[in-house]
Design a binder for this molecule. Structure first.
Ligand SMILES: Cc1ncc(COP(=O)(O)O)c(C=O)c1O
Length: 396
């Protein structure tokens, strides 16, 4: 149907943007809370920890010093330099600050990367399950997503053999996230090396979303920049740095794209938030780093609590999620309809979790995502309630 014939005349591109099913659940959770029920939230994809004080203080100082004007479109030079030093210090790689672009969140970085790479009618390969906004951003640009079903055999990550299978004439890029949302899994280094080569062999570009970098509970924390300079890296201050509400991210791009991205950024955003950038200057100092590392241990404790508890209830988790704060669990021994199951779980036991359908179509109805963005005592209570709910439903 032509979207302009609807009562609200919308562009086809806007009409094609899909809602998140979890939003219905959230709205219902709010109603239940208003009725006095205590809802346990395992659906929220942001850290419960607030922004650390050194960063907040730096933001307040910047405002007091009246740093309220635009910065350059590509970001504050000193922040770009600090991020370059972060790569040097953490991964022992040298990245020119010129290639580092500060953006309004990873979301802004994704929009810039996709805008500079794809034309109308072209396609981008995305992992299914994967971060749902990517599909929508691609369709807003008049391009197409080719969904690549990924499973436990490849740690739920796209690999070189998928490129051979899914790349078509109109494909121009592939995109992965490692650690992934919703699976928390990390791509293996040798598989990433092969993936980079496979995309390059097709003359395409690889976008690697590293927004959960730092939130890795094994020794697998690495950046694709260790393997190639010819990739688009997406990152953010939202997750490891606990700054979701400040709306600040960055990307690292091949040198030849910097000027085009500068022009796009000037037109799309003018500049990232000034106060957020000044605040982020304090994100790399020792005090902040110590706070972040304590938080990483907390997330690991939560994961280590949740994994066996979910398995005891009958969920299957074939790959231990090494990062982010998500467990993507196969619930096929409990239900074949994860969307309905999450609705009933909310009604009966006031526990909110995200159904697989929000992340794609591949086995979506037999998967749910748990976010461990709440303290262990809340996770414990949620698990008790879920176990009771599953017991009450009886054998499938
Ligand atoms: C994989 C992934 N990429 C990008 C984003 C966007 O993050 P932000 O714009 O807050 O940096 C998210 C948010 O949840 C995400 O999970």
């Amino acid at each position: 149907m032509n979207s302009r014939t609807n009562t609200t005349p919308l562009s086809t591109r806007a009409a094609g943007v899909r809602p998140f099913y979890v939003m219905d659940l959230l709205a219902r959770a709010k109603q239940l809370e208003a009725e006095g029920r205590s809802v346990l939230h395992l659906e929220v994809g942001e850290p419960d920890f607030p922004t650390p004080k050194p960063i907040i203080d730096a933001g307040i100082r910047a405002l007091r010093q009246l740093k309220t004007h635009y910065t350059p479109a590509l970001g504050l030079p000193e922040l770009r330099q600090l991020i370059a030093e972060y790569y040097q210090h953490k991964f022992d790689i040298e990245i020119s600050a010129r290639r580092i672009i500060i953006t309004p969140g990873a979301s802004g970085a994704l929009q810039l990367a996709l805008s500079v790479l794809i034309d109308t009618g072209e396609s981008v390969l995305l992992s299914d399950p994967g971060y749902p906004c990517n599909r929508n951003m691609i369709q807003i640009l008049g391009a197409y997503s080719r969904m690549v079903p990924v499973g436990a055999d490849t740690q739920f990550q796209m690999c070189a053999h998928h490129i051979a299978e899914f790349w078509t004439e109109n494909s121009v890029a592939a995109m992965i996230a490692s650690p992934s949302n919703p699976t928390g899994t990390v791509i293996k280094q040798h598989e990433l090396t092969e993936l980079i080569a496979a995309v390059a062999a097709e003359g395409g570009r690889l976008i690697v979303d590293e927004i959960y970098q730092g939130l890795v509970y094994s020794n697998e924390d690495f950046t694709a920049l260790e393997l190639s300079d010819d990739v688009f890296i997406i990152n953010s201050f939202s997750k490891y740095f606990g700054m979701t509400g400040w709306r600040l991210g960055w990307m690292v791009v091949p040198d030849m794209y910097v000027d085009a991205i500068d022009r796009l950024a000037q037109n799309l955003f003018l500049a990232p938030s000034t106060v957020a950038q000044y605040a982020a200057l304090a994100a790399f100092d020792d005090k902040s780093t110590r706070i972040f590392e304590r938080r990483v241990s907390k997330f690991k404790e939560r994961r280590d609590f949740l994994l066996p508890a979910l398995r005891d209830m009958g969920f299957t988790i074939p790959v231990v999620p090494a990062g982010a704060f998500y467990v993507y669990a196969d619930c096929s021994s409990i239900t074949q309809d994860s969307y309905q199951w999450t609705r009933e779980l909310l009604e009966e036991e006031a526990v909110a979790v995200t159904p697989g359908i929000d992340f794609g179509e591949h086995w979506a109805s037999t998967h749910v995502r748990f976010a461990y963005t709440r303290p262990i005592d809340q996770l414990e209570r949620a698990c008790c309630r879920m176990a009771r709910f599953i017991r009450a439903a009886g054998p499938k």
